[in-house]
Design a protein around this ligand. Structure first.
Ligand code: C2G
Length: 133
């Protein structure tokens, strides 16, 4: 009997896409046989960060969905729906960057929860600031 490839899921805004985002997605994909990405909606981003993303949700979903390491994308409309999203997409492993460390441990009854170290010295905010100055 062959082992069934694990399904990995991750979530993020991925605004002004940069190598920190790419490295997170590549490492997430290496954890299993497929990677599904919940792309945060514009309104969710506004609620979390107090501003709308530079690229809107349709553009961000197109960009993330086109990546070789990504097998599917969907819109993440609420942080509270993570459990439903994980069940709906039959994910075995939830991968998040370690800025979320510990925050999703309550989901470990339905999937493995893994936090990966962020790539240092790069962020959407830093890129926006660099362009601005
Ligand atoms: N990331 C990283 N290294 C960076 C910047 C970001 O590894 N230098 C990771 C984050 O840890 C996250 C992913 O890239 O796992 C996407 O980052 P954001 O778009 O900032 O994600 P966020 O807005 O925190 O959305 O449900 C949770 C949210 O949707 C997460």
């Amino acid at each position: 009997m062959s082992a069934v490839a694990k399904r990995v899921i991750t979530f993020g805004t991925f605004d002004v896409f940069h190598v920190g985002h790419l490295k997170l997605l590549e490492r997430a994909r290496e954890r299993g046989g497929s990677l599904t990405v919940g792309v945060s909606s514009d309104d969710l981003n506004y609620d979390k960060k107090g501003r709308y993303p530079v690229y809107d949700q349709a553009e961000r979903m197109l960009l993330i969905g086109a990546l070789r390491v990504v097998d599917g994308v969907f819109l993440e409309e609420s942080l509270e729906q993570k459990r439903d999203y994980i069940i709906e997409h039959e994910a075995d492993i939830l991968v998040m960057g370690d800025d979320w460390s510990g925050k999703f441990n309550y989901l470990s009854d339905i999937c493995e929860v893994v936090y990966l170290p962020r790539t240092p010295a790069i962020s959407t905010t830093a890129v926006i600031e660099k362009i601005r100055h």
